[in-house]
Design a protein around this ligand. Structure first.
Ligand SMILES: Cc1cc2nc3c(=O)[nH]c(=O)nc-3n(C[C@H](O)[C@H](O)[C@H](O)COP(=O)(O)O)c2cc1C
Length: 341
């Protein structure tokens, strides 16, 4: 279905076709799970809130129960260390059902001028290069204008307890799959490539990833980043928090702010303006949204911990977005007041 590429001009970001007033919203994993009613409720609540961004999924090739049913506690936030550990393993209704629900949500997003981004990931029991292009095509057909491809869930546990490799740390494979996705979707939709954090033993991969992004076909953006894989998070009393093999999970939360800011700096400086950037990890208040967008050049930001933690305190996703939007507006106004007239 490829057609003449209508790439935006080089200095124009792919997201420039949207009017963005509050560049924040729920990230992948916050509007997911196997409870359809809850998924729809959270998605509509977010779309009708000040959040200009709403991500659903990650939806996988097959319906997935996730790790909680099998292992026990798979999410924990330690307010003292600021660390969030999760090993949810993408519990979801499967991409086919995801595409059936999408048009209704897309209609609401279009009416309100919001960015709705379904996230897809291969999951268990499928092959990425075959599955992901088909899944992306199905969401594009369901009306999605932006589709995020999650190449790096670090929490897919095999029967023997080991983990599936993270494709984001195999640039050749990642960009090979991306090109197949482009051949299916063309420039119908913006494709967001969700990247893992390139830190520690993976830092050396950055040049190859940047080169691949410069050469990648289509209207693309990057999500910087998914959680830091293979980390142990502890409770306030020092116990391992996650009940999965090795107590290992993905690390995020306020404790990852410095890492996230550093990753954003690296990719913003290395990528052309046309490639949009969504910044994640440690975005939990309006000041951080403002800093990532106006001081560091992200186009959008997204959060998970802040929505989950506020929900346990009785605040809906919409209320959380409203609070953070107020903080963001406050910072914006105070900065504008300092500008000499
Ligand atoms: C409980 C939980 C579940 C997540 N599930 C997904 C997912 O299904 N797909 C994905 O791409 N990222 C997932 N993420 C990663 C977030 O979307 C995002 O990249 C980041 O880690 C959020 O950081 P924060 O918790 O500091 O806000 C998940 C994060 C958490 C905390």
């Amino acid at each position: 279905m490829s057609e003449a590429l209508q790439l935006p001009s080089l200095d124009e970001c792919v997201f420039s076709e949207f009017e963005i007033n509050f560049p924040f919203g729920p990230s992948a994993g916050t509007i997911n799970g196997t409870n359809e009613e809850l998924l729809l409720h959270r998605a509509l609540d977010s779309l009708r809130s000040p959040a200009d961004l709403t991500k659903t999924g990650s939806f996988t090739w097959n319906h997935q129960e996730g790790n909680e049913a099998k292992y026990g506690r798979c999410y924990y936030h330690n307010p003292i260390t600021g660390e969030t550990g999760n090993c949810m393993g993408m519990p979801n209704i499967g991409y086919r059902r995801g595409t059936e629900l999408h048009p209704r949500l897309q209609n609401v997003a279009d009416q309100l001028g919001k960015l709705l981004i379904p996230s897809i990931s291969v999951g268990k029991g499928a092959i990425a290069v075959e599955a992901l292009p088909k899944m992306a095509y199905a969401f594009a057909k369901a009306g999605a204008k932006i589709i995020e491809i999650n190449y790096n869930c670090p929490n897919i546990i095999r029967e023997d307890g080991s983990r599936e490799p993270v494709m984001g740390y195999e640039p050749d494979i990642l960009f090979g799959v991306h090109d197949k996705v482009f051949e299916e979707v063309g420039s119908e939709a913006i494709i967001v490539i969700n990247l893992p954090p390139y830190i520690d033993q993976y830092r050396h991969l950055i040049p190859a990833v940047v080169k691949g992004l410069h050469q990648a076909r289509g209207k693309i953006a990057v999500n910087v980043s998914n959680t830091i894989g293979d980390r142990q998070v502890f409770t306030e009393s020092g116990e391992p928090a996650l009940d999965v093999p090795g107590n290992l999970g993905g690390l995020s939360g306020p404790a990852t702010v410095d890492m996230a800011r550093n990753q954003l700096d690296i990719f913003r400086h290395a990528l052309p303006r046309r490639i949009g950037i969504i910044s994640c990890n440690g975005v939990f208040n309006g000041q951080e949204v403002f800093h990532r967008v106006h001081n560091q050049g992200a186009d959008l930001t997204a959060g998970a911990t802040v929505f989950f933690e506020n929900e346990t305190r009785g605040l809906s996703y919409g209320e959380t977005a409203f609070r953070i939007a107020k903080e963001y507006a406050h910072v914006q106004n105070s900065v504008l007041e300092e500008v000499p007239t």
